[in-house]
Write a protein that binds this ligand. Structure first.
Ligand code: PDD
Length: 285
């Protein structure tokens, strides 16, 4: 079934939505994005994604002001028009089409391009919850402003392909011996009951799921340490997991061929997934 997508104020069948070849999103990856999950036809953590979108826009000096009500309405219309029960809404905002190719940003009155579309996915019953994910580590070769959610996703795609070629599920990236994050998620280890994840900075995306999970962990009296951890620490962890809008909390059972703990999904990840889903579903809009 063809989707109804959103493009610059219009709802269109996907085959009728066209963006110019001069759009800076296409030519320069001059674009930011958000992925918001949908459960039971409701949006998870919408506000967090909208606030981060504005931050990305501001960091890049794009000419766009997030209108929370308007953006919420677009998300809801897409859910309704596509009868989306479970999956994601992808949003991309580019600096627009200046009508030519030029490294210099176009004038501030160039209209940005805003695209949103839905994607159906089995988020709650992802089979990896039971088996856990296996990851390899690869050097982080992305640009230095990973806190801005841009569409420059070629290296993360390459890292995923390296993981696929190695017969595992994902790649965790490292820099100066320390893990930054997963190819499209934040990375955590658990050692002696303590949850360890990299501190915020320009080196990682400030995950919306990360913020919620750490808040819930702290209110459940779980010990959290936000600091860089090494590849060696990851391989010797008791358990590990990732978080993102599309995976929530997902256990990791193997790093670079080394099984963690008993090689099965850990109890901390399971507990956090349960708390995260309970709380997020209560607050879904
Ligand atoms: N990825 N780190 C990176 C590099 C990511 O791409 C993502 C999200 C996250 C987790 O952020 P959040 O919890 O806000 O989803 C961390 C999305 C899901 C994607 O690119 O599809």
């Amino acid at each position: 079934m063809s989707r109804i997508v959103y493009l610059n104020g219009e709802y269109l069948p996907e085959a009728d939505a066209h963006v110019s070849i001069f759009d800076r999103g296409f030519l320069f990856a001059d674009a930011v994005y958000e992925v918001t999950s949908v459960l039971g036809g409701k949006l998870i953590a919408f506000d967090g994604h909208a606030v981060r979108l504005q931050r990305s826009v501001d960091e890049l000096g794009m000419n766009y002001k997030v209108d929370m009500d308007e953006l919420l309405d677009i998300h809801r219309q897409l859910v309704e028009r596509n009868s989306l029960e479970e999956g994601m809404i992808y949003l991309q905002l580019t600096r627009g089409n200046p009508g030519d190719r030029d490294f210099v940003y176009p004038a501030q009155d160039t209209t940005p391009t805003l695209v949103l579309f839905t994607q159906t996915a089995n988020l709650l019953n992802n089979p990896k919850i039971n088996t856990g994910m296996k990851v390899i580590t690869v050097e982080d070769q992305r640009w230095a402003r990973r806190d801005i959610k841009t569409t420059q996703l070629l290296f993360p795609s390459m890292a995923k392909m390296m993981a696929k070629a190695a017969g595992v599920d994902d790649a965790w990236m490292f820099e100066d011996g320390a893990i930054t994050e997963g190819s499209s998620n934040n990375a955590y280890i658990v050692k002696d009951g303590k949850i360890i994840t990299r501190h915020l900075g320009n080196e990682i995306l400030h995950g919306i799921t990360r913020a919620a999970v750490l808040k819930f962990a702290k209110s459940a009296q779980m010990e959290v340490e936000e600091r860089a951890f090494t590849v060696e620490e990851a391989k010797n962890a008791d358990e590990a997991f990732i978080t993102s809008a599309s995976t929530f909390v997902m256990p990791v059972v193997e790093v670079d061929g080394q099984a963690l703990g008993d090689g099965k999904p850990g109890s901390v990840a399971a507990r956090l997934r349960e708390i995260y889903l309970d709380e997020s579903l209560k607050q879904a809009i």
